[in-house]
Design a protein around this ligand. Structure first.
Ligand code: TXA
Ligand code: MG
Length: 328
């Protein structure tokens, strides 16, 4: 058992109960394979407003709508290009969000007033079960940002959600506990409103995978997107940041936290927070390690960035933002 009044273990009854809570306009935080989401009925303006209040997020930042199957796509999106269907077929359910032209069901309070909507089918079985149960009783879907306060590190466990949000939740809100997220960094976001796909946020679905599935070379504006042009809150300054200062690629000093691949040794007096064996594990443990630094009241954490392509690009993207808040 757990000791938070909000946490629930994920039996089928608990999932049905959580779906009913969503239908009644309450919030349900739930596991996904990327990070935990803070969910609400995507067609309930009042419930969605509470997400923004609990997160402390500006209202013009759009939310991802989580659906259960490709058959739901046309309900939320219009003018879906063939390459988006190819991506959906190859990578859904999974850690990928597609930005598409919206239908009238995706209202301004979800899209931040833009004429597009972000859609994702997560692969986590509990997330899928919750979405399916909710779709059965609601003719809607689940809007969910990462379940953290705006600008902070995304949670990858139910305990992290509870520590971060419990005091802002209401008695009827819930947190479903599905264990630690397997991927550990947020979904790859792909803008599918143009003639070819454009990566807005790197993630576990990599550029190489997108090229292969879509047949297009990728224009990647990851480090150039202006937030006034397209609102991806992950491109704001100082995102994914713990309280501790994050320092990149420096030799760590006594008393500093340290995150680096396992083959990099720990200098004497340095507090090792994680020693992932490969990039996948690096992504999986990164956010929990940054949270651990704060739990141990460390003031500085040195992180040695993984090199190369694949998910290492997503790790470096989050680390650069966590480290210096520069809008690259
Ligand atoms: O892995 C994930 O994507 C997690 C899980 C819970 O699904 N969700 C997540 O949501 O990371 P959030 O809100 O923390 O980040 C989603 C990003 C935001 O930066 C938002 O601005 C962007 O997606 N986004 C959503 N809809 C958009 C749209 N229509 N156009 C451009 N960006 C959009
Ligand atoms: Mg987020």
């Amino acid at each position: 058992m757990n000791n938070s009044p909000f946490l629930s273990n994920c039996t089928l009854d608990a999932i049905r109960d959580a779906a009913s809570a969503l239908k009644a306009g309450h919030l349900v935080a739930f596991p996904t394979e990327t990070v935990y989401g803070l969910g609400a009925d995507a067609r309930n303006a009042h419930a969605v407003k509470r997400i923004y209040e609990v997160k402390g997020r500006p209202v013009d930042h759009p939310l991802i709508v989580h659906i259960s199957s490709i058959s739901q796509l046309e309900k939320w999106a219009n003018e879906i290009p063939d390459y988006a269907i190819a991506l959906a077929r190859d990578f859904w359910p999974g850690p990928m969000t597609l930005i598409l032209k919206r239908t009238e069901i995706a209202q301004d309070f979800i899209t931040g007033g833009q004429d597009t909507v972000g859609l994702r089918i997560p692969s986590d079985p509990l997330a899928l079960a919750l979405i399916i149960e909710f779709e059965k009783i609601s003719d809607s879907a689940i809007a969910a940002p990462s379940a953290n306060r705006f600008g902070q590190v995304s949670p990858t466990t139910a305990q992290a959600v509870s520590a971060e949000l419990s005091e802002r939740l209401s008695p009827d809100d819930q947190i479903l506990d599905g264990g630690a997220s397997h991927v550990g960094v947020e979904s790859t976001i792909i803008d599918c409103t143009g003639n070819q796909p454009r990566i807005l946020r790197p993630g576990a679905i990599t550029k190489e995978m997108i090229v292969e599935a879509s047949g297009f070379e990728i224009i990647s504006n990851i480090f150039k997107d202006s937030i006034s042009e397209i609102r991806v809150s992950g491109s704001l300054e100082s995102h994914y940041a713990p309280l501790a200062t994050v320092v990149l690629d420096q030799f760590p000093k006594v008393g500093q936290g340290y995150i680096a691949l396992a083959d990099i040794p720990t200098p004497e007096g340095v507090i090792r927070l994680a020693s992932p064996k490969n990039d996948q594990e690096f992504a999986r443990v990164l956010y929990a390690s940054l949270r651990a630094a704060d739990d141990q009241n460390l003031t500085q954490v040195v992180v040695m960035q993984p090199e190369g392509d694949g998910i290492a690009i997503a790790i470096r993207d989050r680390l650069i933002r966590a480290a210096n808040g520069v809008n690259l």
